[in-house]
Design a protein around this ligand. Structure first.
Ligand SMILES: [Zn+2]
Length: 455
């Protein structure tokens, strides 16, 4: 576990470009609740804008008639329901009736310079986003720049209200969102593990980044990378997403520390990080095989083999990485799997040199650990997944170490809210030829089928 993995620059985008039709990328999966707020919202109140004294609702209508507004319709509510009639103005301004069809783009720009501040009733309340990809804008206009996009369930503090626009505090700044997409009661589909199944089931194929609103996302230190979601399209579609996590492969990850447990308690077993530690490498670089091949290179090759086999069997696949350097630490990988997948399989080889065979890292039988959430609620399903994977490997003739498991307190296990295992397919002395990886891929895919068949 010492060597820095090599670092190609193939880039996820290039990989995605190579996809077949059924694997097509949707430019962004639309799952990021927050797109970087490059253009910030206003620190100051809106009062400084001059008030020409014309009908504010009318102005808003003109703005919404502009070319950009039509995009907002879809973005504000990706479901597209209730948006019939083609009146883009409705997306962010429910008051608009689109009576200014002649208001072209240039007119919109001209109006912007003397846009009126809407009369907002003062509010001091928490509101929730009840739409997908809702635009958070720098000013109360559908032409104003977008500071962020928020997904259903995101909460905001509302300080001002009109029927068309609400003033909200987003990242300590005043921003504006269309009032019709805010509710004072939390909508169903909160941004928690409960929503993960929905995301897993409905997200479009393509790149998926870490949503900072997801539970435990704040514990991640390295998360600029993007996983890739693939959807199976055959008649055998299972409707299950398997997160395939090629172990290691994050440049610089071993010099950054993350918290071992979400509750800050120390590790109960010793491994790469000693027992008693409260922080560990955000992601280690992995071992090197006896023949000099970095572990990260082999886990990546195996991940690609497994991806193809799972897709062929009708499983959707969330690939944590498809390049040598993916900037996602163990917490980020785990939280992505929690929210986007139905199970999480991290592929590894152990650092021994005895050709000992395959096993999975089981949940330590330590009362404090098994009673800590989210371990307490999920450790049995981790074991069920691990046992099925080992059975699958055994079934195709893969050598198994001991009883196929070894207790280990891992960051992955400590943050997992879906069935999740770190599986060690062998060690430094193991054969990692293409034939061997193919066999391992078959065994793992068999195990996944058995797991979902049994669960
Ligand atoms: Zn490893």
């Amino acid at each position: 576990m010492k060597r820095i993995s090599d670092c190609g620059k193939a880039g996820n985008r290039r990989e995605l470009r190579k996809m077949k039709k059924w694997q097509r990328i949707a430019a962004l999966a639309g799952l990021l609740a927050v797109v970087a707020a490059a253009s910030g919202c206003q620190m100051k109140n809106y009062e400084k804008i001059e008030l020409p004294g014309t009908s504010q609702e009318g102005k808003a209508g003109e703005d919404a008639a502009g070319g950009e507004a039509s995009r907002d319709t879809e973005e504000a509510d990706g479901t597209g329901t209730g948006m019939g009639g083609g009146n883009a103005a409705g997306a962010e301004n429910p008051m608009s009736d689109g009576q200014q069809p002649e208001a072209g783009r240039s007119a919109v720009k001209a109006e912007l310079t003397k846009e009126t501040a809407p009369d907002l009733e003062a509010r001091d309340e928490t509101v929730y986003v009840n739409a997908t990809d809702l635009n958070v804008r720098t000013a109360p206009s559908s032409s104003a720049s977008i500071a962020a996009k928020l997904n259903r369930g995101a909460s905001l503090k509302r300080t001002g209200y009109s029927q068309s626009w609400s003033r909200v505090i987003y990242q300590d700044k005043e921003c504006y969102v269309a009032s019709q997409y805010l509710t004072v009661t939390r909508p169903e589909e909160p941004q928690t593990a409960a929503a993960s199944t929905d995301s897993a089931a409905s997200a479009q194929a393509g790149e998926v980044g870490l949503n900072p609103d997801w539970k435990y996302a704040g514990y991640s230190k390295i998360h600029s990378g993007k996983a890739a979601l693939y959807r199976a399209e055959g008649a055998n579609r299972k409707g299950k997403v398997v997160c395939v996590n090629a172990g290691h492969g994050t440049k610089g990850g071993s010099s950054v520390k993350t918290q071992c447990h979400p509750d800050g308690t120390p590790k109960v077993t010793g491994g790469t990080t000693a027992a008693g530690a409260t922080t560990a490498a955000a992601i280690s670089s992995g071992m090197t095989f006896a023949d000099g091949t970095p572990e990260a290179q082999v886990t990546l090759a195996l991940a690609k083999v497994l991806k193809d086999k799972l897709l062929a069997r009708g499983f959707d696949v969330l690939m944590i990485r498809e390049t040598d350097d993916m900037q996602l630490d163990n917490v980020a990988r785990t939280v992505l799997a929690n929210n986007m997948a139905n199970c999480h399989i991290a592929l590894h080889y152990d650092s021994t040199s005895s050709d000992k065979g395959a096993f999975y890292m089981s949940v330590p039988n330590v009362a404090s650990y098994r009673s800590m959430e989210p371990v307490a609620s999920h450790w049995q399903e981790h074991h069920a997944l691990g046992d099925h994977l080992i059975a699958g490997l055994k079934g195709v003739g893969v050598k198994i170490f001991s009883n196929g498991k070894m207790e280990m307190d891992l960051t992955q296990t400590s943050y997992s809210t879906v069935p999740s295992v770190d599986i060690e397919l062998g060690d430094k002395a193991s054969d990692h030829s293409a034939a061997s990886l193919d066999k391992l891929g078959n065994g793992l895919a068999d195990g996944v089928e058995m797991f979902f068949g049994a669960s």
